[in-house]
Write a protein that binds this ligand. Structure first.
Ligand SMILES: [Zn+2]
Length: 576
């Protein structure tokens, strides 16, 4: 008989199908948890203070989302929703060169402004929600520990933040830096490593812009500067580096750059993100071939979205046309000016030219997959732009601009095929050896996109319904591979001694819900798209339950995950 007065373990999860994240075949068995770690796996004879009946359920490692922008949101939402609703127990932040550390107190305002356009994080939410009780990278990570978090957090060292710190927050139009400035930046990268961060992250893509529509610090930086900063990795030999390159479609130039960054750093290089785009047929396949060939002598991974993505937007705030120069110029300005631009036939001509010729962009450019979703002009609601254009005898671009202008840019449009609309391609992409599922961008673009659901899609669609891969393979990818590829060690499997980050779910019932995302109000009055999940029964972080049947327990067991290069500032504490 179990002795519940003097239990052997904190929790025992009994009789589930254990998929341990190592890619070994699954088995029916028990998992015992003690002091936040997996204490036993198999047939557990001892008892738990809490006993969970997992018969008929899958027991697997919590998921690792290695591309998010929760840097701000974690200040007011310690669970990183919506990722937490989809079984994610670890989020990685500081990606794409963006972050809030290091940051001097007088530059805080500017740092928040920077995130408003590039990641479309509402300024009001940041203004109200950010604690700003840090300056250095080490302080920033410790601040999460002080406040408490509901998921684990690991961080990159953001290039734009480093650059802004050394050059001054507003000196982001200068490409060249002095040798002395470069040395200061390298020292901040070292500080990042000593704080336990993974390595440099950067962004060279024009879709990502500063609040005024101008270049980001990392975009204007020279390649020499980037390589000098990346080379600091050689002094530590931990983690990885992450880049969102000028062109997300991996061609000859891009793969050469990724290889070069590996040679300079000696660490895995993560490309963000490998996409399938309808206007570039076969580009995704060539990208996979490039990855295969490059990995003969280099170590390069790509993150990828595992499902088709739509995009809901109005031209009052949309930033995802910024990778087309004429669109960026016409739309990155005050609303009155934007309306005037969109009325101007000469500017419309430039916009049309970009759609026809600027093919490195993300959007497919297919007007027959963009429709009017909400509008005061009822005659247009639900119709595709191409069809409206035909019935009115104008070009699709004219139809699009006319509708938006007619109601002061308030029209909500929906792009059905933003990226990855070809499921045949997706099936190949998700199973590729050098592709990491994810690229959720969690915490960013939340009013246009919803990508935090990817683990639920991976398991329900690609494993259960389409049988593209085994459950063992999917769990290995979602947890251990996602962590290990970026140099995050010691998480992602359910072997004895590992942190007890665990999901327990019903594979038969797993699904994203509801069928279409809905809006929820956020801090400061903004809005975001929401998609939740059904089928997750229990989620544990460090052995403590954070969600039960979708309900948050309010526990804050999350940890800051640091690399082996972490050097706690013991002397400093002793001297104070
Ligand atoms: Zn990003």
């Amino acid at each position: 008989m179990p002795n519940n007065h003097n239990p052997d373990y904190d929790v025992v999860i009994r009789g589930g199908r254990v998929v341990d994240g190592t890619r070994m075949p699954s088995f029916v068995g028990d998992i015992a948890i003690k002091n936040g770690r997996v204490a036993e796996v198999g047939s557990v004879t001892g008892t738990g203070r809490e006993e969970i009946d997992a018969r008929g359920l899958v027991v697997a490692p919590g998921f690792v989302d290695n591309h998010t922008h929760y840097d701000a949101q974690l200040n007011w939402d310690p669970y990183a929703s919506q990722s937490c609703w989809h079984g994610i127990t670890t989020v990685v932040i500081g990606l794409c060169g963006f972050g809030f550390a290091p940051c001097r107190p007088e530059d805080r305002e500017r740092a928040m402004q920077r995130m408003t356009r590039v990641e479309a994080i509402p300024y009001e939410a940041m203004k109200l929600g950010m604690r700003w009780d840090w300056v250095t990278q080490d302080d920033f990570l410790r601040a999460f520990e002080r406040a408490g978090i509901g998921v684990n957090v690991a961080s990159y060292i953001p290039h734009s933040a480093i650059r802004a710190y050394v050059l001054g927050a507003d000196d982001n139009k200068r490409g060249e830096v002095t040798p002395d400035e470069l040395e200061q930046m390298k020292e901040l990268v070292r500080e990042g490593y000593r704080a336990g961060a993974l390595g440099i992250s950067t962004d060279q893509n024009l879709i990502d812009r500063d609040y005024d529509g101008g270049m980001l610090p990392s975009t204007i930086a020279t390649n020499d500067e980037l390589e000098a900063l990346v080379s600091v990795a050689r002094e530590f030999n931990v983690g990885s580096m992450e880049i969102t390159p000028a062109n997300m479609h991996i061609g000859e130039t891009e793969i050469a750059q990724l290889k070069r960054l590996f040679v300079v750093s000696g660490r895995p290089v993560i490309h963000n993100t490998l996409i399938e785009s309808a206007h570039l047929p076969g580009a995704w396949k060539r990208a996979l071939d490039h990855l295969d060939a490059a990995n003969e002598e280099h170590r390069i991974f790509a993150t990828a979205v595992v499902h088709g993505i739509g995009s809901l937007f109005s031209l009052l705030e949309y930033n995802l046309f910024d990778d087309m120069p004429a669109w960026n110029k016409a739309l990155a300005c005050p609303v009155e000016q934007r309306i005037a631009n969109l009325k101007d036939p000469a500017i419309r001509e430039l916009l049309a030219w970009d759609v026809a010729n600027h093919l490195n962009r993300v959007w497919s450019g297919r007007w027959n997959r963009m429709r009017v979703r909400e509008s005061e002009l009822k005659q247009y609601v639900g119709r595709y732009i191409s069809e409206i254009a035909e019935s009115e005898g104008k070009t699709p671009l004219d139809a699009f601009c006319d509708i938006a202008v007619a109601e002061g840019l308030r029209t909500m449009f929906y792009i059905e095929d933003q990226i990855n609309s070809d499921d045949k391609a997706n099936a190949e992409i998700v199973a590729h050896p050098y592709v990491i599922p994810g690229a959720s961008d969690g915490g960013a673009h939340t009013q246009f996109l919803s990508m935090g659901k990817y683990p639920t899609v991976m398991l329900s669609k690609w494993v259960r319904d389409e049988k593209v891969m085994s459950l063992e393979e999917a769990h290995w990818r979602l947890s251990h591979m996602a962590a290990s590829s970026i140099g995050l060690e010691g998480i992602g499997t359910l072997e004895r001694g590992m942190p007890a980050d665990i999901v327990v779910y019903d594979l038969g019932k797993l699904r994203v819900t509801p069928d279409e995302p809905y809006y929820e109000q956020i801090l400061g009055g903004g809005k975001r798209l929401i998609e939740k999940a059904e089928g997750y029964r229990y989620i544990f972080v460090s052995g403590v339950m954070t969600f039960k049947d979708g309900e948050c327990t309010n526990a804050l067991p999350g940890r800051v995950l640091r690399t082996a290069a972490y050097k706690p500032k013991i002397e400093k504490v002793a001297a104070e």
